[in-house]
Design a protein around this ligand. Structure first.
Ligand code: TYC
Length: 102
């Protein structure tokens, strides 16, 4: 009989793949000059950490050289980096904050 089904030229299904936006890690870098208390204040002020949490992360950066301080959308990560860099510059500390795709 007439074989009309199973035609390879007909798209039977299409994938509906929803891509989530990429996330970015915000990193804090160690240096020899920025006071520990200043770094703790930065983590409290811009990353909503408790004093104990901020102190712990600050020590991790101090000992290991770098730590992830948060994971955000591209826009929020850029804002955090700019806020930290501006705050450090205004206080004349060499503290460095960067972001990288997760
Ligand atoms: N290493 C600095 C000091 O001994 C403290 C410090 C910690 C600096 C973390 C930057 O991201 C940093 N005063």
């Amino acid at each position: 009989g007439n074989d009309d089904d199973d035609d390879s030229s007909v798209i039977v299904e299409t994938r509906t793949k929803t891509k989530r936006p990429p996330l970015y890690k915000v990193l804090l870098l160690n240096d020899d000059y920025t006071p520990m208390e200043f770094v703790v204040a930065v983590l409290e002020r811009f990353f909503g950490m408790s004093h104990a949490q901020a102190f712990e992360i600050m020590l991790t950066v101090h000992k290991k050289g770098v730590a992830v301080v948060g994971v955000f959308s591209h826009e929020i990560a850029e804002t955090k980096v700019a806020q930290v860099m501006d705050f450090a510059r205004r206080h004349q500390h060499p503290l460095q904050c960067t972001m990288e795709k997760e």
